[in-house]
Design a protein around this ligand. Structure first.
Ligand SMILES: *[C@@H]1O[C@H](CO)[C@@H](O)[C@H](O)[C@H]1NC(C)=O
Ligand SMILES: *[C@@H]1O[C@H](CO)[C@@H](O)[C@H](O)[C@H]1NC(C)=O
Length: 866
């Protein structure tokens, strides 16, 4: 430890670059410059420099007679150098040890002991966010048994520790706080409880980047935005590198420590760690690499056996917390497991409440291996003595069933009197304890949380990267395209060989078909192969690659209108990729043809399954799932792209169903980027389909996302009532579905006009929720209509209600609910063994584990009683 610290070396003159430099030195310098350059150009976020230079960095090795180098390389001042910050009422005791076992860093080998109040006062270079870290190690010394220490630590306005005791903690540990300083003066006061000593081994006050905390969090209890995070103070309670090893402060540009998550995992056998090379992790614009290092995103926990069977369980982490505080939970995600976009949807629960349903990382960051984080405030209504985080597969998807979590941070938030420990503020005033009764009730609420808390879905495309996609804009309308079907990706290798059919671009791959090829695929444009007719031309069923069915849309080159719509469609689709949007496979532009080739949706338009075609009626559950799929597609259009896209022609014929009845939005011929409509709305001719048109758009000729929401409301009523949006053959007051359904809804007699096929099977609550969603969509003014995200939420809720009622009916049929014990008043967290979901088929109901079974039945019983 005799090595000179940086402090000392600044006094000596810096080594000068003498002119008689040896050639080897020059060579080394050239090499260095070269490496710096290479690392600069290969760094994906070089602009967002990966080194943070804190304005303030006050590091003190208390009690040490010399400067000390921390294990992460940072240099801590000696006690003497820190005296300018220090004032004390009494005698100070400095203690140190030459060495000790199991001490991770020399900063723990000395301490300052206080028997009277003592204050460190710092003049900061800047106000704003600062880390305060207090390092403790009760080192043995002849004068005091530090195991008996008991003391409080506070700043001028914030209690950090209240009558804190070491307890049985004999090792080294530290407490970390993140405080937004309003002034440039920070004092940290140590106050021993009379008769006991106080002590500190090392102290850090370091500036933190503003970007760490933004005001974009959501409360868990009501899913409203939580405002005021920047005025909060935080204590880090857990910081986990999920699925990976512990990361010491050396591995984090902000000197944070990340623990491994494994000891918090409830069932280790259900969790599978995945790891990728950290260098592949990207940060989207707006997400700084200071949020968490690449190493954190490069490892994750996923579901065991996900590739083999459908995993039907959650992965659960339990962490103890003090229930008298609120917490900010930051979850870090990065899709390091999918091969393609849009293949991973999963649910996230906190304390049994759905925090996010069908979390869709692909639409958040539009890329794989790209960092994403989301903040939730676990507010006093839902806090309990354990924080439970669960992830599980999203069951409404046919894509890979899996779920991941890459990192987790839990921050305690100060209470109303400015304390992070105990109920007293710095002035001794007390916060009172938060809703004790609520806390007691939480255990009970958690059982029902999944249903009651469905309020839970949060769809936020926060800090949507502004030109994340825009910079990939292109002028030629035909290029570049996406391939919607992964089977084409397998042909990627033939790219280099220039076989003519494939070529790549920054955006993905598109297949260029020859006209002859498509003529053959459609039996020479045989009118028997026509599956759709539109203003632009016909859609044919085609067969390519021997047996692959595709939809071939052939534009009529004569019509100017057609060209515009084609251009719009191809531009839109080439920018979009989503499970609930039909995907484009390729195109043909030979002989000025404008032909687009899409994936074939074998079950055709939704409308055909509702009325007019005598197809077997869809069940209510199917209708809900289809509506949810379509809503998801629209929601993605509105929010998942940088400028937001308005579909403009939402109707049941533009919602197509694939083999599995998965709904996809189609026909983007009229779509417009929302951002461009602002300037051009005056000249925008009213387009869209009669019966679905937003009355406001009609009046003002002003287009917003809410016009799609209106049309979607009409779609929902069409789904419920199974009749066309406009039926001129009906009596006058019935012609327009939107008006007619709203009349019945207002009278509270909607069930009178529900599709008779649904009678008996539709759950009344589910229908009510669905109809409410539809009604809100049809509000006269756009501002009063919900966003597609809200609509989606309501539909998911309706589906849960329906499933719950189907389940309880199945139970009734089996006679098992007759002997239902009443729900226990305040049970512990229900056992989270894999539980089969409510099954649609009464014959398939399985007997589930006693304890959890009861909990499940109780849930459904409670739902039915509502
Ligand atoms: C996952 O956890 C949530 C919340 O606790 C619960 O509602 C859901 O049923 C669980 N899913 C499975 C498959 O166990
Ligand atoms: C935390 O303290 C700030 C003032 O420093 C206050 O505005 C805020 O309300 C406090 N937080 C809570 C949850 O009471």
């Amino acid at each position: 430890m005799t090595q000179t610290s940086t402090i000392h070396s600044t006094n000596s003159s810096p080594p000068s670059l003498s002119s008689s430099m040896a050639p080897t030195n020059i060579f080394i310098i050239i090499l260095l410059v070269f490496f710096l350059f290479v690392s600069f150009i290969t760094d994906p976020a070089a602009g967002d420099s990966s080194v943070f230079k804190p304005h303030d960095s006050i590091l003190i090795s208390c009690g040490s007679d010399k400067p000390t180098t921390h294990s992460d390389g940072r240099s801590f001042l000696s006690d003497e150098e820190s005296l300018k910050y220090f004032s004390s009422d009494g005698r100070d005791i400095l203690v140190s040890l030459p060495s000790a076992e199991n001490v991770p860093s020399p900063i723990y080998l000395s301490a300052r002991i206080f028997i009277e109040e003592a204050i460190y006062t710092f003049r900061l270079a800047d106000s704003g966010w600062h880390w305060i870290r207090l390092h403790f190690f009760p080192l043995s010394n002849p004068q005091f048994n530090l195991q008996n220490a008991k003391f409080s630590v506070s700043t001028d306005s914030l209690v950090l520790l209240h009558e804190f005791t070491i307890g049985n903690n004999t090792g080294c540990f530290f407490k970390e706080y993140l405080v937004n300083m309003k002034t440039e003066r920070l004092s940290i006061k140590f106050k021993p409880v009379t008769g006991a000593p106080a002590f500190i081994n090392a102290l850090e006050v370091v500036s933190a980047p503003d970007i760490l905390i933004n005001d974009n969090s959501t409360t868990l209890s009501d899913h409203k935005p939580f405002t005021g995070l920047p005025t909060q103070s935080f204590q880090t309670v857990y910081r986990l590198n999920v699925g990976g090893p512990e990361l010491s402060s050396k591995n984090d540009s902000l000197s944070r420590t990340w623990m491994s998550d494994s000891r918090f995992l409830k069932h280790k056998e259900l969790a599978k760690s995945v790891t990728v090379n950290p260098f592949v992790i990207k940060y989207p614009p707006g997400n700084s690499r200071f949020i968490a290092p690449q190493t954190v995103y490069a490892s994750a926990v996923s579901m065991v056996d996900a590739g083999v069977r459908d995993p039907n369980f959650n992965i659960t982490w339990n962490m103890d917390v003090d229930p008298s505080f609120q917490y900010m939970l930051r979850m870090h995600f990065c899709d390091i497991i999918s091969e393609v976009l849009d293949d991973l949807y999963f649910n996230v629960y906190i304390n049994g409440i759905t925090a996010s349903s069908g979390m869709d990382l692909s639409s958040m960051v539009e890329d794989l291996t790209t960092a994403y984080f989301i903040d939730f405030v676990v507010d006093s209504d839902v806090v309990s003595s354990q924080l439970t985080v669960e992830i599980g597969a999203y069951k409404l998807t046919t894509s890979a069933k899996n779920a991941i979590l890459n990192g987790l941070e839990v921050f305690k938030m100060n209470n109303s009197v400015g304390s992070l420990d105990g109920e007293f503020g710095v002035n001794g005033n007390t916060a009172g304890s938060i809703n004790k009764a609520v806390v007691a009730a939480v255990g009970f609420a958690m059982m029902f949380g999944a249903f009651i808390g469905l309020g839970a879905m949060v769809f936020r495309w926060r800090r949507r990267p502004q030109d994340w996609r825009k910079r990939n804009s292109f002028s030629s309308w035909l290029l570049p395209l996406h391939v919607g079907d992964a089977s084409f990706l397998s042909s990627k290798n033939s790219l280099g060989s220039r076989k003519g059919q494939f070529y790549s671009s920054t955006m993905g791959l598109g297949r260029r078909f020859s006209f002859a090829e498509l003529s053959e695929a459609t039996k020479n444009w045989d009118s028997n192969e026509v599956i759709g007719i539109g203003g632009f031309g016909n859609v044919y069923l085609g067969l390519i690659d021997d047996d692959k069915r595709v939809a071939v849309k052939r534009g009529n080159p004569q019509s100017e209108q057609g060209i515009n719509e084609f251009q719009t469609e191809i531009q839109m689709l080439s920018k979009l990729r989503h499970r609930h949007l039909v995907s484009l496979i390729g195109y043909c532009d030979e002989n000025s043809e404008m032909i687009l080739v899409y994936e074939f949706m074998s079950n055709g338009p939704l409308r055909d399954h509702l009325y007019g075609k005598n197809l077997p009626p869809l069940s209510w559950k199917q209708r809900l799932e289809i509506s949810i799929g379509a809503a998801r597609g629209l929601h993605y259009l509105h929010t998942g792209t940088s400028q937001g896209i308005i579909h403009r022609d939402v109707k049941t014929t533009n919602i197509l169903l694939d083999d599995n009845f998965v709904a996809k939005m189609a026909d983007f011929g009229l779509s417009k980027a929302a951002s461009t409509t602002e300037q051009t709305h005056v000249s925008t001719a009213v387009k869209g389909s009669f019966g679905y048109l937003d009355p406001e758009y009609y009046r003002k000729q002003q287009l917003t996302e809410k016009s799609d929401v209106y049309s979607f409301g009409v779609v929902l009523f069409e789904v419920l009532c199974a009749r066309p949006a406009i039926n001129p053959s009906l009596p006058r007051e019935q012609v327009n579905l939107a008006e007619w359904a709203m009349q019945w809804k207002r009278k509270g007699l909607l069930e009178k006009i529900v599709d008779p096929h649904l009678a008996g099977s539709i759950d009344a609550e589910s229908m009510k929720k669905f109809a409410e969603a539809a009604e809100k969509c049809l509000a006269e003014y756009g501002v009063d209509r919900p966003s597609m995200g809200d609509v989606l939420w309501n539909l998911e809720y309706a589906l849960q209600l329906q499933e719950a009622s189907m389940q309880s009916r199945a139970d009734d049929a089996n006679g098992s609910s007759a002997s239902l014990p009443p729900p226990a008043p305040a049970p512990s967290t229900p056992e989270l063994r894999p539980i089969p979901p409510p099954s649609g088929n009464p014959g398939e109901v399985q007997v589930i584990g006693e304890h959890s079974g009861t909990a499940m039945f109780a849930q459904f019983a409670a739902l039915n009683g509502r």
